[in-house]
Ligand binder design. Structure first.
Ligand code: NAP
Length: 341
């Protein structure tokens, strides 16, 4: 079968086509013919070996996100049948509740091979049925960005109609957060470095847009927009450079959903009184378990919600998909067609 591998991870140019044997599913496992895969910010780091000892440094098949069709099932599998359309969970062994340290090591495309190959064996515990209204590329985007946003808005965020949400940028997680927040009757403000992208976000339902390149105190601007005491839930994706403004935006007793580190992974510039004197809840968000994926898929199907896919690259142009994501030109998800749409 066709696969793409990083012989050694030295950026997109080091992605090479390879030939691999088709694996066989064991007990409680399923062989999936991957239709499409999608890329996340972390895949850029992995492509350069950025996870160091925490990633496979030789012959890695990258990408955690994939969706496709069941080709074969191993002994004892009852939940899935040949021909079912399925989507991979980010962690293959996190069923429900709080994750264990072991569960947090069961992602793919980092220390274990991922989805940029024609076939992948996936345990039943790491698969869900694909929403009927989605293509494989749309479904692949649920594995990481979709479920992370669902967790921030619904699973951990417990959004109520009328809540105010502030989400950062127009990448994968942020646009899913916008869509799930609107599905739950929330008001949404979104930031972007581009006025044109802000207009596109408004056409998806955003109530307010702030250009963070032009408005340095965008946190205050979001607070003013939210009225009352400020924003109920800030979807924090920027990290180092955004935390301070996020804390200005959030209302006393509100939530910072800590998800991303787009501008850095330390918080040295945060004034603790913004948190400790205002009952602010810091909620770390780590994708989500299988039962939350199933709930999210039901909601997507019921609402006929469509993930925002910017581009689907052909398999042989997968390296170009990495370059495109790195350019920051994208709006929503960047995907690769593996053997399907
Ligand atoms: N904790 C988890 O479970 C989890 C899961 C998924 C992702 N993440 C993290 O969440 C972050 C976003 O991931 P993603 O895959 O959605 O990324 P992405 O699709 O690559 O989104 C990048 C977009 O974010 C915006 N952006 C970049 N730097 C920014 C900054 N300093 N301030 C505000 N916005 C900025 C830009 O939007 P504009 O072009 O509109 O300016 C950019 O296009 C990453 O740090 C990723 O590692 C964490």
């Amino acid at each position: 079968m066709r696969a793409m591998i990083f012989e050694t991870p030295e950026g997109p140019d080091s992605l090479k086509a390879a030939d691999r044997p088709v694996p066989e599913p064991g007990p409680a496992e399923v062989l999936v013919k991957i239709g499409a895969a999608s890329l996340n910010y972390r895949d850029l780091l992995i492509s350069k070996g950025g996870y160091r000892k925490r990633q496979k440094q030789k012959d890695l098949v990258p990408l955690s996100d994939g969706a496709g069709t069941v080709e074969a099932v191993g002994p004892g599998v009852e939940e899935f049948r040949i021909g079912d359309r399925v989507t991979a969970c980010f962690f293959h062994e996190w069923a429900a509740g709080t994750a264990t340290e072991h569960a947090l090591e069961t992602d793919s495309g980092r220390s274990r091979d991922g989805m940029l190959q024609e076939y992948r064996v996936i345990p039943v515990s790491g698969l869900v049925h694909t929403p009927r209204n989605l293509t494989d590329a749309e479904a692949a985007s649920l594995t990481c960005a979709g479920i992370t946003a669902w967790s921030a808005i619904v699973r951990l965020g417990r959004a109520e109609p009328g809540d105010t949400i502030l989400t950062q940028g127009t990448g994968g997680v942020s646009l899913f957060a916008l869509q799930f927040a609107k599905m739950n009757g929330c008001r949404v403000a979104i930031t972007s470095s581009s006025d044109e992208k802000l207009e596109r976000a408004k056409s998806l339902g955003a109530d307010h847009g702030i250009n963070y390149s032009k408005t340095e105190d965008w946190g205050q601007s979001a607070k003013d927009w939210a009225a009352g005491d400020g924003v109920d839930n800030v979807i924090e994706l920027g990290g180092t450079e955004t935390m301070k403004q996020s804390l200005i935006a959030v209302r006393p007793g509100g939530t910072l959903s800590l998800i991303g580190v787009l501008s850095g992974a330390t918080t040295g510039n945060v004034l603790l009184p913004f948190i400790v004197s205002r009952d602010v809840r810091l909620q770390g968000v780590t994708v989500g378990p299988k039962d939350a994926m199933q709930q999210m898929c039901k909601a997507i199907e019921a609402a006929d919600m469509k993930p925002v896919i910017d581009k689907v690259f052909p398999f042989e142009d997968a390296a170009e998909a990495y370059r495109y994501l790195a350019s920051g030109a994208h709006f929503g998800k960047v995907c690769v067609s593996v053997s399907g749409d």
